[in-house]
Design a protein around this ligand. Structure first.
Ligand code: FES
Ligand code: MG
Length: 575
């Protein structure tokens, strides 16, 4: 134990014999608490992202009670603090617009309240990075408690995966191969319990990354939300955080270059969502770890995909992954690709948390000798179209597109693109490249998940199910296809994507990590001189602030002023 009660932040609120502390104590008593609740005890924030707009976190009201039970068992005082729930499914224009807002909310919730440590409850896509980024910037000890994946989807005896199957069957519906009744059956069966998406989409990827960083108790990210082990894990988080406060186990000791590498290795081995790139960079940079696209691409070359989970894997879902041994078993398979000496929230090295983990199904969790995909799931492309990088998920697209050249069909907005893809007579071939611009951080705004442009009706009718699509947007982690994403700089701020014209030949070469447009420098310069920047999407409020400070995808889309190295340290509140 390195901390004494008088060293705790909360003691500054509750201990002094003065008028301010009289106020704090009397108002705590107004809530039915007494000195036996706070005297000599750490106060633990339970940051709860429950809301009635957040189906993935519907169980968090119940789970918060288990977290609080654990805190009380270990001699702490719980203080539940609600935070924005970042609902992936309901927020418009995109939850990504609000990730940094929630990161700010979490940082300031922790700073302003009398708390010594925190359990962060999240799971739906952006909630993981938002919570972690905010808590890392605040710097007090915390544990991340993932919501856990929902159960497998089911319709008429057929297993359904979040996102992936919605996209797949929507293409079939548009092709006329399934009818309304079947579509409605899928609607009622694809999300049949609380918990986050159970494919290896952004949510499952991000919670695995959090565990890879060492920010979760071992195994926490794989437990399905409705499994009663999740209740016990919640209480265990409550118990452990109290000790972390006494041990002063702050996040800067956990998020290091080595643990960031581990988190990246885990991401690649899960066949991770493309969104993970942006969030990983943002989370690492909040901790002062300089991490970028080249680090991700390098590790992507070295680490195969081991999790046979959709959409990169063919068969399985997160429930199967849990039964097969979960992330601990996967990390065991990775062997010396991980640095097992990294400190985790347990206070012990990562390797200790993996001891005894067994792989119960080597088809779900593949050994290194039999991977799902030989290289990592993501590749970073550069070239005259993406000087600051673009991203593709080669494992999730038809390999024939890994090397491709074809003429561009350009749309300046999603609405314009929709007209093109819904026109059964639009003149195009499967070699064409759909180009969507103005869908980046400024252009979307908020970099929406428009990157997996639905297959055009003009090609669907001939049986085609994949083609090259190119944009400065993101795509859902449950998406698939030959989609080149995150082109930086984005078109809205004058990136080269803004200069493409219909018919320009786009060249993609995944092995060479290249993305180019076959147009000469002189011609590009001529087009640039004729280009005028569009008006900003917001002129007031949060959106205005977002546009003033948002960074490009290759830097993690954080706000510039929230960077680790921006300005001096934020002072602790005094009186
Ligand atoms: Fe919440 Fe997919 S909608 S994780
Ligand atoms: Mg998603």
């Amino acid at each position: 134990m390195t901390k004494k009660y008088q060293d705790l932040r909360s003691a500054r609120w509750f201990a002094p014999d003065d008028l301010r502390s009289f106020g704090h104590r009397s108002r705590a008593m107004q809530m039915g608490l007494g000195p036996e609740d706070w005297d000599g005890k750490p106060v633990i924030a339970v940051i709860n992202t429950w809301s009635e707009a957040q189906p993935c976190h519907m169980h968090f009201r119940d789970r918060a009670e288990f977290v609080k039970k654990g805190i009380l068992q270990a001699g702490g005082m719980p203080m539940e603090l609600p935070a924005h729930s970042l609902s992936e499914q309901f927020l418009k224009p995109t939850s990504m617009l609000y990730r940094n807002m929630v990161a700010m909310e979490v940082e300031e919730l922790l700073r302003a309240h009398p708390v010594d440590g925190a359990v962060l409850m999240g799971g739906c896509d952006k909630s993981t990075p938002a919570l972690v980024m905010g808590a890392v910037s605040m710097g007090i000890p915390f544990i991340y408690l993932p919501a856990g994946p929902m159960l497998r989807g089911n319709y008429a005896g057929r297993t359904l995966g979040s996102g992936s199957d919605a996209f797949k069957f929507w293409d079939e519906r548009r092709a006329g191969t399934i009818g309304k009744e079947e579509w409605q059956g899928i609607e009622g069966g694809i999300a049949r319990s609380y918990g986050h998406c159970m494919t290896m989409g952004t949510a499952s990827t991000m919670t695995a990354i959090a565990e890879g960083f060492g920010l979760c108790l071992p195994g926490a990210s794989s437990i399905p939300a409705p499994d009663v082990n999740h209740q016990r894990m919640s209480a265990a988080c409550g118990r452990r955080i109290v000790d972390m406060v006494w041990e002063d186990l702050t996040p800067d000791r956990i998020i290091t270059p080595a643990s960031t590498r581990n988190a990246t290795v885990v991401a690649m081995a899960t066949g991770c969502s493309t969104n993970a790139i942006i969030h990983l960079i943002a989370m690492a940079r909040r901790a002062g770890v300089d991490w970028g696209l080249d680090d991700l691409d390098r590790i992507g070359h070295e680490v195969p995909v081991l999790a046979n989970i959709r959409p990169s894997g063919k068969e399985y879902l997160m429930e199967d992954f849990f039964y097969a041994g979960g992330l601990r078993a996967l990390m065991n398979e990775l062997g010396d690709k991980l640095d097992l000496s990294c400190l985790t929230v347990t206070g012990k090295p990562l390797g200790e948390g993996l001891a005894g983990a067994k792989n119960h199904n080597p088809d779900v969790i593949r050994p290194l000798s039999n991977p799902v995909y030989h290289e990592g799931s993501l590749a970073v492309l550069r070239g005259n179209l993406a000087p600051d990088g673009a991203v593709i998920k080669p494992a999730a697209c038809d390999p024939k597109f890994h090397r491709h050249a074809g003429p561009a069909i350009v749309a300046d907005s999603y609405a314009e693109m929709k007209k093109i893809i819904d026109d059964p007579d639009y003149p195009m071939t499967p070699d064409h490249v759909l180009v969507l611009r103005n869908a980046g951080p400024h252009g979307g705004p908020g970099m929406p998940e428009w990157g997996m442009i639905p297959m055009p009706k003009a090609l669907l009718k001939d049986g085609h199910r994949d083609m090259v699509r190119l944009s400065d947007a993101r795509m859902s982690g449950t998406s698939f296809g030959a989609c080149v994403l995150h082109v930086a700089p984005e078109s809205f701020v004058g990136g080269p994507l803004a200069l493409i014209e219909n018919g320009d030949i786009i060249e993609l070469d995944v092995a060479a990590r290249a993305l180019n447009v076959r147009v000469g420098d002189d011609e590009l310069a001529r087009r640039r001189a004729a280009w005028t920047p569009p008006a900003p999407r917001y002129e007031r409020g949060y959106g205005w602030m977002f546009l003033k400070h948002i960074e490009q995808a290759d830097k993690g889309c954080d706000f510039d002023f929230l960077r680790h190295e921006f300005g001096g340290p934020t002072p602790e509140p005094e009186i």
